[in-house]
Design a protein around this ligand. Structure first.
Ligand code: ZN
Ligand code: ZN
Length: 616
């Protein structure tokens, strides 16, 4: 979610909630305007117009890059001083003038030497650096340096491959949103530039809808809610990893245990394998060649070890611990292993971009003839578990990527089997060519949250290569012959950290009863009701409910307000009448109230509602 980089910020360090702005390091990435659609072309064109305005206001500005991104655009500038909100207003006015003037965007090509001289002459060292990198790369490849492509509108000229809209007049309603610090090329040893984010839409209505969505997302930000609801926190001693507080950990374990319960019904068995593993395992699995840059590595006694970035290969040791017969399959091995992936610290954010996480992972070993029915059952697992949080999953089928392990014929077979199972299940799905894992074609599951944002969560991968071939797995068939099993990798929530980040924002912290870390806060009106409140808490806890009693000196209305702020689903209130009759006045988070509910009745009702795992 929050992937924009934020550094020293003169305007207030509000992070950009809806933007995805991955680091761009190589010259090719720096030249990519991100303009892959007409809307993107308009957004990137707005970035040029913004750069024109900033150059006008701040002579001597040095330009970084200005691509289109999800929902908008940015441009990075090296400026004589930090920008203020007044500056943004002035930039806005200049941009509006340029748009009104309707300058055409004109593409020109300069011979390489002339192009370099042009930007050097204008004191644009970042542009010159990009051109020098391209020249170095061309020389290394033995290919000729391509001409320098520039786009011009009015008096502004930028190094750019395009595409652009026809003229500045084609740029729709826009708004400048914020300023953040961003290192040149994402490298903290290079200069920190000032990045201005903006958004632009074809119509005013779309712009307003986006601004509403952005504001709503800010209020629901899971990092903000994590503090407010005392769920988790983040500390610089462990970048990209959450410190789970009691309430957050309760939420975590509740989700995990719900999945354990589903898995038990489906015949899974849980295993646990070591997080620290020798390099040779990753060489055998193929991760060493294809994934090493994302692994944390250590030396000990002359051997290289890594913290595991995934559980997959180690499950084969459990599989191979005994001879497996065709009757033993499918063998479903679940594992909540602790995983570490070495993501750049600048890209880390809350629970949604982390270095440390746990997935509800499983490796299912099965006979080829069982693939279809197993995938159908897995799609059922997906439907069930997403109904617990009221989200409808969408499926994407990713096929063989260019960087893939194993025999293309095996890939074709696995893809055919997945397609068949998907078609038979009647589920709607879209196909994303070349989007498979490097070892398996896959079904990815996305959900759309309450704000219409799409999140990638679950995955089902049919692996005929990495685990079965590379780890030489076999089972004995009905004729006593050795056969290769198939391995399905599956995670339904995906990363629990990410899933919790997503549902925290989806529910704006008001979790359904079954998930709520505190399901009821009992409110004694006066001191003399305190013992009865403790007694009622005991009755509710007896039924497995998570209950607190507010023993503070606050008045009743304040106690209710505090419980409401903590988004607690039920608030049973006890006064003289209630204590005497062993009943409670029950207030719900929604504001509904019910008088005179018997204690045992309340306990039974809440326990039944929680057991249903539904969204109220
Ligand atoms: Zn451009
Ligand atoms: Zn796996």
């Amino acid at each position: 979610m929050v992937e924009a980089k934020v550094g020293g910020d003169a305007i207030g360090a509000e992070q950009e909630d809806l933007f995805e702005a991955p680091e761009r390091g190589s010259a090719d990435e720096l030249l990519d305007a991100g303009a892959h659609s007409d809307l993107d072309a308009m957004r990137h064109s707005a970035a040029h117009v913004m750069a024109e305005a900033v150059m006008d206001l701040f002579p001597g500005t040095r330009l970084g890059i200005g691509p289109a991104i999800a929902d908008g655009f940015y441009y990075d500038f090296q400026l004589p001083r930090p920008l203020t909100p007044d500056d943004l207003a002035a930039v806005h006015v200049r941009m509006a003038e340029s748009i009104k003037a309707d300058h055409p965007f004109v593409r020109r090509e300069l011979p390489p030497a002339e192009g370099r001289a042009f930007f050097a002459g204008r004191d644009q060292p970042f542009k010159v650096e990009i051109l020098d990198d391209l020249a170095a790369k061309a020389a290394a490849d033995g290919s000729p340096m391509p001409p320098t492509s520039v786009y011009e509108h009015g008096s502004f000229v930028d190094l750019c491959k395009g595409p652009h809209v026809a003229s500045t007049g084609a740029i729709g309603p826009f708004k400048l949103l914020s300023v953040a610090g961003a290192y040149w090329r994402g490298d903290e040893k290079r200069p920190m530039l000032q990045r201005i984010y903006g958004t632009v839409w074809p119509t005013q209505e779309e712009l307003e809808r986006f601004l509403w969505r952005r504001e709503e997302a800010r209020k629901r930000d899971h990092r903000r809610l994590g503090v407010q609801l005392d769920l988790y926190s983040f500390h610089d001693v462990s970048p990209g990893a959450a410190f789970w507080h009691p309430k957050g950990w309760t939420l975590y374990r509740t989700l995990e245990n719900a999945m354990r319960e589903l898995q038990a019904r489906r015949g899974y068995q849980e295993i646990y394998t070591p997080p620290l593993v020798a390099r040779k395992l990753w060489e055998q699995s193929g991760h060493w060649d294809l994934y090493r840059e994302h692994m944390f590595l250590f030396e000990s006694e002359g051997q290289t070890f890594s913290l595991k970035p995934m559980n997959c290969p180690e499950s084969t040791y459990v599989y191979r611990s005994r001879v497996r017969s065709y009757r033993d399959l499918p063998l479903r091995l679940a594992e909540y292993g602790k995983l570490h992936r070495n993501e750049l610290s600048g890209t880390l954010s809350g629970l949604t971009r982390v270095r440390h996480f746990v997935t509800d992972d499983a490796h299912i070993y099965l006979r080829p003839d069982q693939i279809g029915s197993e995938i159908e059952a897995l799609l059922g697992e997906v439907r069930e578990s997403y109904s617990w949080v009221g989200l409808s999953p969408k499926l994407t089928f990713g096929t063989r990527p260019d960087k893939a392990l194993g025999d293309p014929a095996l890939w074709e077979r696995a893809e055919g089997l997945i397609r068949e199972a998907l078609d038979r299940s009647g589920a709607e799905y879209r196909v994303k060519p070349k989007d498979g894992a490097f070892y398996a074609p896959k079904i990815d599951i996305q959900v759309e949250d309450a704000l219409g944002r799409e999140w990638q969560t679950a995955t089902i991968q049919v692996d005929l290569v990495m685990l079965p071939e590379r780890f030489d797995l076999w089972y004995i068939d009905e004729h006593g012959q050795q056969q290769r099993p198939v391995a399905i990798h599956r995670a339904i929530y995906g990363s629990l950290e990410r899933f919790i980040g997503v549902i925290t924002e989806h529910f704006a912290g008001a979790f359904p009863l079954w998930l709520a870390p505190v399901q009821a806060v009992i409110i004694p009106i006066a001191d003399r009701h305190a013992d009865a409140a403790d007694e009622l808490a005991g009755v509710l806890r007896e039924r497995g409910l998570r209950v607190e009693v507010d023993h503070s000196d606050n008045r009743m209305q304040n106690k209710i307000r505090l419980a409401q702020e903590q988004k607690v689903p039920y608030m049973p209130v006890l006064g003289d009448r209630e204590v005497e009759a062993r009943v409670a006045a029950v207030r719900k988070r929604s504001g509904e109230q019910e008088q005179g509910v018997g204690w045992d009745d309340l306990a039974a009702r809440l326990a039944a509602e929680a057991a249903e795992r539904r969204v109220d």
